[in-house]
Design a protein around this ligand. Structure first.
Ligand code: RP5
Length: 163
């Protein structure tokens, strides 16, 4: 497995569902686990140690509210850690966004935008990181972007037809 996806709670699953499809689309192997920085701190530490020893190259940590998961994971590995803040109800995710992005100097977390958008970008960033050592993945990323650009062009043509 190349990527480890950690969720602070099973209630975060919806946020990362599309991201898992992206990883599958790119043929990137991943391991998905629920582990909380607060409720199961020892399990979180064990998972980071075990998966790094097993060859994990990138971590994606998804958490809401006082979201410490990404920071805790980053504290225990020098592999890149991508944080996805969950947009839960109380503060619309501002709590999780600030908790994830405002890492003190020395322990970086690459923080994505809130919610599903951030989840999908986390998967794409993980693929980009892995593509540094895998030209095949780079080609797939370029093809993915070309498909996106074609969709923009098609949507523009469709809109013009409506006028
Ligand atoms: C965080 O608290 C989790 O990442 C989740 O976003 C939030 C709420 O968790 P549950 O109470 O739904 O399990 O730790």
């Amino acid at each position: 497995m190349k990527v480890v996806v950690l969720l602070g709670s099973d209630s975060d699953f919806e946020v990362i569902q599309e991201a898992l499809e992206v990883l599958k689309e790119f043929g990137v192997s991943f391991q998905l686990e629920v582990s909380s920085a607060h409720r199961s701190p020892e399990r979180t530490l064990r998972l980071v140690r075990e998966t790094e020893a097993a060859g994990a190259e990138v971590y994606i940590a998804v958490a809401g509210k006082a979201a410490h998961l990404a920071g805790v994971v980053a504290a225990h590995t020098v592999r890149p850690v991508i944080g996805v803040p969950v947009d839960s109800a109380a503060l619309n995710g501002l709590d999780a966004l600030l908790s994830t992005v405002q890492m003190p100097k020395g322990i970086p977390v690459a923080t994505m935008g809130l919610g599903k958008m951030g989840g999908t970008n986390a998967a794409l960033l993980a693929v980009e990181i892995l593509s540094l050592g895998d030209p095949g993945l780079k080609d797939k990323l370029l093809a993915y972007r070309a498909r996106m650009a074609a969709r923009v062009e098609a949507s523009s043509a469709k809109l013009r037809q409506k006028l």
